[in-house]
Ligand binder design. Structure first.
Ligand code: SF4
Length: 1015
């Protein structure tokens, strides 16, 4: 019987159930209108977290394959986890498309090989791939390994092959990355943090003691004022942004957005203020000046908890844009004078009256006096009345019972003075007494799902786990190294927690080298590679172009799309001898040698790089932990196996390391010791499990451990309860000291799922947060010297007569009573937060406004002889690629949009459908002057190249008046490329300049010069 859809409904309406008809075989041919079985009925539910941004939303994954023999689970539905305290069941358009990412047609299924000069891939077996890669690595390592430097110091480094590490893989994979790379002597390792939040750590650690988001997502609801500046949380972190809306709705908070574009955050703000891209430091320094001149300061907080009263050396100075100690040839400062005057005991001198002309308070006052409202408005192009309202609103939170919070992301980090912009915001919050407070803080909104974790694990060129530095070649022995990195207290009676550095380091070395690390070999100190300079991604690219790097392992990273100046990146990768790409998806980097017409105009035959493409698992196919922006380590579970021949990253690294060891054992080679001695004693060394690595990350007792009174606190073999149990005598191990407490004798704390609200939205029973499960950093500063909370409604801690307790774990010595000299910033040797960053930043102890290297002004009205940052990272080769305003008159800025995540979601069908084609945004005035209408194709060009895209003509971008000149802004979303499911597009980084932040070498992506023409 044939029946059409309409007829089918008629029959049903006549009283016959669709199911019965269907059961009788009368189903319509085109559409089934029957009541279907609930689609999740037989599904298995598995908990995980979204793999995109660092909100870390909880997801429930549903798979078929109920454990029956031979049934392979397949994930067919994903939805938000309603129990998750941050996301509460929500997912943004990116998270809502996760299932399409898992099943993307861009998923890699088999290992592939591209021969030198070839224009195609060929299939290769895993064994052949691993064998060939290991051979290439060994040959390069043996030929170029530096056992000693020119002075004869042992350095044990291999500089000619580098590694880029993922930002979405689990911490457990990151631990393997660190061990793998350092065991071979690599220093040229980096992760996505270099290209996103590098300046955050560079700014916040010297200011407060730690380089992380101070509060957390849910806590934003406690704010009275929210400033979204240097980011666009509604688009880039949509579910986290709900807590800003919650603050507006239920806490009567005011939301202010400052951005070059009227963006989606601005759309729900109480006030939106435009700003010229690249002028944020001036804006913030102007606010500091306003607060001081209008006496809107939390005086007691500033006096007691900041460095305002400390006296700075006499030889410190600032003149015409330069701090004391500048060397123009080296583009570097000698920072000796950027320090305190010390007394005979080595403590900083102080003037609690704040009248000494060289106390930090008065130096700061003088420094910011130049940032008058007129100067700020002129530099930033912000309307004066908006600027004043923002100053006034912030000033109101100097009252002890009011807090403001800053939410920022790449809009601040992607500048040549990114770290100093963030410093300026941190200083504002100190002046207002907003640090350590519920609803306060400087909330660095991390981008990728586990970039916080990869930063914690030290996957950056000169870092080690837990924010310890990799030794330099000048630190020739362990004693020297530990002495130089272990600070002495700078004021009496301070906690100065970094005084425990030897315990952190030696426990890490026991994790790195196991029984091979012994006191008589300095715990293996010699085996760690020693650096002569940074080998960050900008340096790596430069060295590749110079032919000085030969090999590159690229794991979960797309450098062709992510590095600055795509054409330079192409040149660099083309000079490599071999490149190994480990990724779940077909990235542009893996096919950089393929000609894609205008989108990637290369000559395949002339590119001699051997390329291996190894398929790896994605988030849904692995167990492990990732750290969200609020430092929560959340454990997740696999719901399916990796597709086809794809393998977990850990297995790929395990196989490669084992093959390399085999080659060295069989054939010998240069300096095999670090490789042979690295602790890779996993049950299956070719396939370490996340669980055993997570336990190692936490650390354990290697002998019975006793406290000061001789009481046994841990038996040999037991997991550490927290980092206070670490020892410096080799009797404890811990890969990453700040993660101690994450997997204790009580089990996996990262898997905790108690979402009860302990007050103010704190959920200490959900997941585990470093350090020590503290949810708000510096929380001792939420109470005054006598221990009374500044605001009784925001009580985080109180003194109960014997110890500090409350809804959060005290970020303080728990038994030190109020009224003592011990101050809340326990990670700093002063115990107080730094308004003057002493010698910890390379471009000045106070922030300063410098123009972007490509400036539309050609001058800096504050100091015309020093226009741009005098210490920004700029190679001579790149200096020649900078454009001038006369040729490229418009300010361009790149950004993300809600529907897409970097260059990943263009591989997910649903996201490709909702944002199928590349576009740029221009204001109406510019469009009119160029005869451009909405939908026209335009060419955006700069000194380095061009892209073409559809024009979106918008009122959201206004013409700004800056230093008397009309400035137009061009907005460039950065999501398209020549691979993926969307229409082909240009990589936006074709336009961005190779110039880096002075402190973190993070490239500038937010302010550069372009021209626009109708095609
Ligand atoms: S992209 Fe971010 S906000 Fe969106 S669902 Fe994923 S974690 Fe949540």
């Amino acid at each position: 019987m044939q029946i059409n859809r309409r007829g089918f409904f008629k029959v049903c309406a006549g009283g016959m159930a669709g199911t019965t008809l269907a059961a009788l075989g009368f189903a319509p041919t085109e559409a089934m209108a029957s009541v279907r079985q609930y689609k999740l009925l037989r599904a298995k539910e598995t908990r995980n977290n979204c793999t995109y941004c660092s909100v870390g939303c909880g997801v429930l994954m549903y798979s078929l394959g109920d454990g029956a023999k031979n049934a392979k689970p397949a994930i067919y539905h994903i939805e938000g986890d309603p129990d998750h305290p941050v996301s509460r069941g929500s997912l943004c358009p990116k998270g809502a498309g996760l299932v399409d990412y898992i099943h993307s047609e861009g998923r890699l299924k088999h290992p592939e090989y591209r021969a030198p000069g070839s224009d195609k891939w060929q299939r290769i077996s895993w064994d052949d791939a691993i064998d060939r890669i290991a051979r290439l690595m060994k040959a390069d390592r043996d030929a170029n390994f530096e056992r000693v430097n020119a002075k004869g110091t042992v350095v044990n480094r291999w500089l000619t092959t580098g590694m880029l590490c993922s930002s979405a893989a689990s911490n457990e994979t990151g631990i393997l990355d660190q061990k793998f790379a350092r065991s071979l002597g690599m220093i040229a390792i980096d992760c996505q943090a270099r290209l996103c939040h590098g300046p955050t750590v560079a700014a916040l650690a010297p200011t407060f003691g730690r380089g992380a988001m101070t509060n957390n997502w849910v806590d934003i609801k406690n704010a009275n004022l929210i400033i979204v500046m240097g980011g666009n949380a509604a688009e880039a972190h949509p579910v986290g942004f709900k807590w800003a809306v919650e603050a507006k709705t239920h806490n009567d908070a005011k939301l202010i957005v400052v951005d070059p574009r009227f963006n989606r955050s601005a759309a729900v703000a109480d006030l939106y203020a435009p700003i010229r891209a690249g002028s944020d430091a001036a804006f913030l320094l102007g606010i500091i000046n306003y607060l001081i001149t209008h006496d809107k300061i939390q005086h007691e907080y500033v006096k007691s908890y900041t460095s305002a009263s400390l006296i700075v050396r006499e030889d410190f100075g600032f003149d015409e844009g330069l701090f004391s100690g500048y060397n123009a040839d080296a583009r570097q400062y000698d920072k000796t004078s950027w320090n305190y005057e010390l007394d005979a005991n080595g403590f900083a001198k102080r003037d609690m009256t704040l009248t000494h002309p060289r106390c930090v308070w008065n130096l700061l006052k003088n420094h910011v006096a130049r940032y008058t409202p007129e100067m700020v408005v002129s530099l930033c192009g912000t309307p004066a009345h908006h600027y004043e309202e923002i100053c006034r609103s912030l000033a109101e939170t100097s009252a002890p019972d009011k807090t403001a919070t800053f939410m920022y992301a790449l809009g601040w980090t992607h500048h040549t003075n990114g770290a100093q912009i963030i410093r300026a915001a941190a200083m504002i919050q100190l002046l207002l007494g907003n640090i350590g407070m519920a609803g306060g803080g400087v909330n660095a909104l991390r981008g990728h799902s586990n970039i916080q974790g990869y930063t914690d694990l030290g996957l950056l060129s000169l870092n080690l786990p837990g924010y310890m530095p990799l030794p330099s070649e000048k630190q020739t022995d362990l004693k020297t190294y530990l002495k130089q990195i272990t600070p002495d207290a700078l004021l009496p009676d301070q906690v100065n927690y970094w005084k425990n550095t030897p315990k952190f380091f030696i426990s890490m070395m026991k994790s790195f080298y196991g029984d091979h690390a012994q006191a008589d070999n300095q715990w293996g100190y010699e085996w760690l590679p020693k650096w002569d300079r940074s080998y960050d991604v900008m340096m790596q690219t430069e060295l590749m172009v110079e032919g000085k790097m030969h090999g590159y392992i690229v794991q979960g990273f797309n450098p062709l799309a992510a590095f600055s100046n795509k054409n330079k990146a192409t040149e660099a990768l083309s000079k490599l001898k071999y490149m190994v790409v480990i990724d779940p998806l077909a990235t542009e980097t893996s096919t950089f040698w393929q000609n894609h017409g205008e989108f990637n105009e290369v000559d395949s035959a002339s590119i001699q790089t051997e390329v291996f493409r190894l398929p790896s698992s994605c988030f849904a196919e692995e167990n492990g932990s990732i750290a969200n922006s609020g430092r929560w380590l959340q454990w997740h579970w696999a719901a399916a196996e990796p597709p086809a021949e794809a393998l977990h990253d850990g297995k790929i690294l395990g196989k490669l390391l084992m093959r390399l060891r085999e080659l060295y054992r069989e054939e010998g080679g240069v300096c095999p010791e670090p490789l042979m001695n690295i602790n890779w004693n996993y049950q299956d060394p070719e396939d370490p499990t996340p669980e055993e690595i997570a336990r190692e990350s936490n650390g354990m007792a290697l002998a019975d451990i006793y406290d000061d009174k001789g009481t046994l606190i841990l038996k040999k073999g037991q997991q550490l309860a927290d980092f206070s149990q670490l020892r410096d005598d080799g009797t404890t191990s811990s890969f990453c000291w700040i993660y101690a407490g994450s997997w204790t004798e009580k089990g996996n704390q990262m898997a905790n799922r108690d979402n009860s609200d302990a007050g103010l939205g704190a959920t200490p029973g959900w997941a585990w947060c470093w350090p020590q499960n503290r949810r708000i950093l510096y929380n001792r500063a939420s109470a005054d010297l006598q221990g009374k909370p500044w605001d009784s409604k925001r009580k985080l801690l109180e003194w109960n007569g014997q110890k500090w307790q409350g809804i959060d774990v005290p970020d303080f010595a728990a038994t030190v009573p109020p009224g003592k000299d011990t101050m809340p910033f326990i990670m700093l040797p002063e115990g107080v937060a730094r308004l003057f960053s002493v010698d910890k930043l390379v471009d000045g102890p106070f922030p300063e406004h410098y123009e972007p290297i490509e400036t539309p002004l050609d001058t800096n009205p504050l100091h015309p002889s020093v226009v741009s940052s005098p210490a920004a990272r700029l190679f001579a080769r790149d200096a020649k690629t900078m454009g001038k305003a006369s040729d490229f008159p418009y300010v361009a800025t790149t950004y993300s949009i809600t529907e897409l995540f970097r260059h990943w979601t263009k591989h997910a069908r649903i996201n490709a459908i909702i944002q199928p084609e590349q576009f740029v945004e221009i204001g109406e005035n510019l469009a009119q002057s160029k005869g451009i209408k909405a939908g026209d194709e335009v060419k955006v060009s700069c000194q380095r190249g061009y892209i073409k895209a559809k024009a979106v003509v918008t009122k959201r971008i206004k013409t700004l008046t800056v230093a008397g000149k009309a400035i137009e802004t061009v907005g460039i979303p950065c999501h398209w490329g020549f691979e993926g499911t969307t229409r082909k597009g240009f990589l936006a980084n074709t336009l961005t300049p190779s110039v880096g932040d002075a402190n973190s070498q993070t490239p500038e992506f937010k302010a550069f010069l372009v021209n626009v023409e109708k095609v």
